[in-house]
Ligand binder design. Structure first.
Ligand SMILES: [Zn+2]
Ligand SMILES: [Zn+2]
Length: 331
């Protein structure tokens, strides 16, 4: 792969809302939780609670809950089956993803498989070609009737429905309870650290609260937005290695922030591949983690990069025309 193709997405492309979201009914649980977290955000910057060093907590916080939980577990293991791991490890990584408060894995995986099938078409749950903000986050606040039907999950995620652990997480908002328990445990840890490093109980309270706000609240919001940028910016800004039929792009700053997920045009060209960086400089720390896991005997059946010929930049036009619709990710 030596040449840099210039297949630019057509930015004037405009989509209507997905038919299943056309009624524009508000999905209150997501609006209240996501809106509420954002309203609390200024607390993290209050004098006494804010310390510039706390910003650094976002680095391990994003790696543990965002990269291991969302990228590795939700996306590469559960959605695309890009690798296999021991069952206990798959569940542990899944719990880390649940602690990013992005809904149950069953719902996330189903939504994402629909996204791959209909990328940047009207049925895409979150194309930024409705509006950029729709693709980024507004799609979460509108009821998508398709996601309210059991048949959707049976069609797109039968493998997860078969797993009692996944069914348990999805049932009765158990995923939300897992998030709450993790937040309480981290609050305990934060106040314990405060207690040991502060000179007074008041200082211990301030340090504990600051650590909690940055380690849980700010980190959750941060991981939300960088994950959402994969859906918005990485279908909008950047370059394309492959002529996929969607508008996916490789967006370097999204890749940097998300530890690899921003190489999204590569990913749409080879959805099952464990590696999302296809060129040597397309750094993908999530994939590096997978490589280390294979060394430790904790990952196997790692799916290699295989791009359909028709997506290659020098493909003949007739090959492009014959490309079948991309199927759900497990296929
Ligand atoms: Zn995409
Ligand atoms: Zn994907």
């Amino acid at each position: 792969m030596s040449s840099v193709p210039h297949a630019k997405p057509n930015m004037s492309h405009h989509l209507e809302l997905p038919p299943a979201a056309a009624k524009k009914r508000i999905f209150w649980p997501y609006l209240l939780v996501i809106g509420g977290f954002h309203l609390l955000l200024p607390l993290a910057f209050l004098p006494g609670l804010f310390n510039p060093w706390y910003i650094l907590l976002l680095i391990p916080g994003n790696y543990i809950f965002g990269s291991l939980g969302i990228n590795l577990a939700y996306h590469r293991i559960l959605t695309h089956r890009s690798l296999e791991t021991p069952r206990w490890l798959e569940r542990l990584l899944t719990i880390l993803g649940v602690c990013s408060l992005q809904g149950s894995p069953l719902r996330w995986v189903t939504t994402h498989r629909i996204h791959h099938q209909y990328s940047d078409e009207q049925e895409d749950p979150h194309s930024p070609f409705v509006t950029f903000l729709w693709g980024h986050m507004n799609w979460l606040f509108i009821i998508n009737d398709q996601m309210e039907r059991l048949s959707t999950y049976e069609r797109y995620a039968p493998d997860l429905l078969e797993d009692p652990f996944q069914r348990w997480l999805h049932r009765r908002y158990n995923w939300l309870w897992v998030y709450i328990v993790h937040a309480v445990l981290l609050a305990g840890l934060a106040y314990l650290v405060g207690y040991f490093v502060a000179d007074s109980l008041w200082d211990a309270y301030l340090i504990g609260t600051g650590l909690f706000l940055w380690g849980v609240l700010v980190r959750t919001i941060y991981v939300w937005h960088i994950t959402w940028f994969v859906n918005s910016a990485s279908h909008y800004f950047g370059y394309r290695n492959y002529n996929t039929q969607d508008h996916s792009t490789n967006c370097w700053w999204v890749a940097l922030l998300t530890n690899g997920e921003g190489w999204h045009n590569n990913h749409h060209a080879a959805p099952r591949a464990a590696a999302h960086g296809h060129r040597w400089w397309e750094i993908d720390l999530t994939y590096t983690t997978i490589v280390v896991m294979t060394w430790l005997g904790l990952a196997w059946k790692v799916v290699p990069i295989k791009v359909p010929k028709s997506f290659l930049p020098n493909a003949a036009p007739e090959e492009l025309a014959e490309e079948p619709h991309e199927q759900p990710a497990t296929s």
